[in-house]
Design a binder for this molecule. Sequence first.
Ligand code: ZN
Length: 290
Amino acid sequence: MKIAFTMDDLPLWPQSYPPAGYSAEGIVKSIRLALRENGIKGVYSFSNSWPLDKHPEMSVILDDWVADGHHIANHTHSHIELPDVSAEDFMADIDTAEHKLSRWVSQAPMKLFRHPLCHWGETEDKLREVNAHLELRGLTPVDVTSWAYEWTWNRAYRNAMDANDMGAMAFVRETFLEFSVAQLRHDMKTAQAWFGAEIVGITLGHNVPFYADVACDYFACLKEAGAEFVPLEDALRGPVQSAVGTVVSSEFLVLQQKLASASGHPIRKLPNDQRDLHARITEMAVGQSG
Ligand SMILES: [Zn+2]
């Protein structure tokens, strides 16, 4: 399984500030160390610039990311979601991010963009307008073929932490490793079935506290399961990239799921044997907003 790993939302996850014992800088540092430990290089972070306005000191997070040989790309200024705003407002937010992130994006080998929540546009007009704007700005939109729902595990983990329940924390960590391997295999299978060819997958991680704690084991586990981490450039050739932004969609879905859904034949999001576990973790995550 060849995969290009990417990160979203540096320097600060838009949904919440880190809890006591964690910091935005510390979380990203742990992830950087985990990447280094596992020999994963040149990782693109799709970043928002709003935290830099409120917390200028967070620019060091992006500096350190780039100093490690990783790259920064555009993920809008304020993490607005395309279905919630007009195409004009969305495009202006892209431009704001491009300006405020220019110090870092100018150092990246490629000028890339990812839509918040991977929404390409819920109407033909918005899809076309935003695609044209990205082209005008020389930005290549990059989607995702697999994610591991670590935001749900993060909420379950934070609930367990708040309750000081070490057993529950260990359960959340251990089950994530098992789940993430099964989810990656499932997504690689569905993407390859959809495209009818071997593809290079694009995976995604977020800078949340749980991910910082589990990242090193997570990458090692994926490698043990046969994942080979390759540069994002390798994933941006061929049928996967050609399909980005080709169908209207306002659902939170990975690329092949958006295409399949638009064709009227939706793909299962979760592997069958992980549904119960996912439901259990979702239950453990209730009440936690961050
Ligand atoms: Zn995001």
